[in-house]
Design a protein around this ligand. Sequence first.
Ligand SMILES: NC(=O)C1=CN([C@@H]2O[C@H](COP(=O)(O)OP(=O)(O)OC[C@H]3O[C@@H](n4cnc5c(N)ncnc54)[C@H](OP(=O)(O)O)[C@@H]3O)[C@@H](O)[C@H]2O)C=CC1
Ligand SMILES: CC(=O)N[C@@H](CCC(=O)OP(=O)(O)O)C(=O)O
Length: 346
Amino acid sequence: MNKKIINVAIIGITGYGGLELLRLLYNHPAVHVVSIHNTSDHAEEISTTYPHLKSMYNLTPIPADPLHIMQSADVVFFSTSSGISKDMAQPFIEANFLVIDLSGDFRLNASEYATWYKKTPAPQHLLDQAKYSLADFYQNDSHYIANPGCYATATLLALAPLAQQGLLDEENIIIDAKSGMSGAGKSLTTSSHFINVNENFTMYKANHHQHIPEITQQLKQWQPNINHIQFTTSLLPINRGIFVSAYVKLHSELSADSLQKIYEDTYQNKPFIRVMTQDQLPNIKQVIGTNFADIGLTYNPDTKYLTIISVIDNMVKGAAGQAIQNMNHLFDLDETTGLELIAQYA
Ligand SMILES: NC(=O)C1=CN([C@@H]2O[C@H](COP(=O)(O)OP(=O)(O)OC[C@H]3O[C@@H](n4cnc5c(N)ncnc54)[C@H](OP(=O)(O)O)[C@@H]3O)[C@@H](O)[C@H]2O)C=CC1
Ligand SMILES: CC(=O)N[C@@H](CCC(=O)OP(=O)(O)O)C(=O)O
């Protein structure tokens, strides 16, 4: 679809993901944000609530009315807590209106969603119309894009070059993932208290994180014999960033040089994936504020384990940035449009 100016509506504007969409879309040359939506009746300009937006946006959030949104916008982003879009997106799906959903509501099949999110899934006829879309491997033919989760993005990009060639030893895929606090969204919980996060390091949801089935489902599409992964998540005392350490074994022994080449070949035409030079491992800071995923490899010939490090900004590549990359694909724009950003280093 080719359109000069894309009119955008955002539902869930007061959350971290919604605010990040606003930040990134401000510099998108083909986008006009026409409306922003929250749940409160209390109307005040977004820049009053969030002064960092002063003089950038003159918009006031209003409750979402699907009919009104479909009349004034070309695409709607859902940046809502899980359990919202599965109900609220129905009129958009039935009208074949373009939706990009940052939440987990349309990423899994009904029974996996019920098991992992512990919520009633969207009806099957709606789920059937959604397409999971890892933007760097975009192959979409749907009006409804289920944008991947943050941990899932970093993990899948770490494993894609090997899984796509069927090289992974399916019983030896170990993922140790860590996230900054913004990954948890704005709601306050005991585990998000300053005292519990600052100068601390905590593993959580060990073996039952909701991104496990999302990762497995995509890996399986690339390498069908993968049925499970060992996956743990921990909280870093930082605002943004995900650091994934993947420890994998391969079916056949490959040299460090060949492994490096597999990654470089897979990602040579992917502008947002930067493969580090051999044995150079990326750090979180080098991607903060950007849509990059930086990936580095190191192979241990004694243990035969390959360690893959993948770093992203959870708010950008793991959420709003990837959602905009998916929007660019939908509207036949260059995927980098509005997303050419250099990390905020110091
Ligand atoms: N933070 C991250 O790094 C990532 C987040 N995600 C996913 O993206 C989504 C948004 O995340 P994030 O911004 O961090 O979450 P937040 O908790 O910060 O924000 C959630 C948003 O959902 C809105 N919302 C809640 N209930 C309703 C409702 N009934 N109707 C309409 N809007 C509602 C809230 O609006 P209000 O305040 O007005 O009630 C708020 O704007 C989540 O599903 C999250 O899992 C995905 C990848 C990464
Ligand atoms: C640090 C932190 O708490 N991160 C969240 C990120 C997951 C997320 O965004 O969840 P969905 O996209 O699956 O809804 C978590 O681990 O649950």
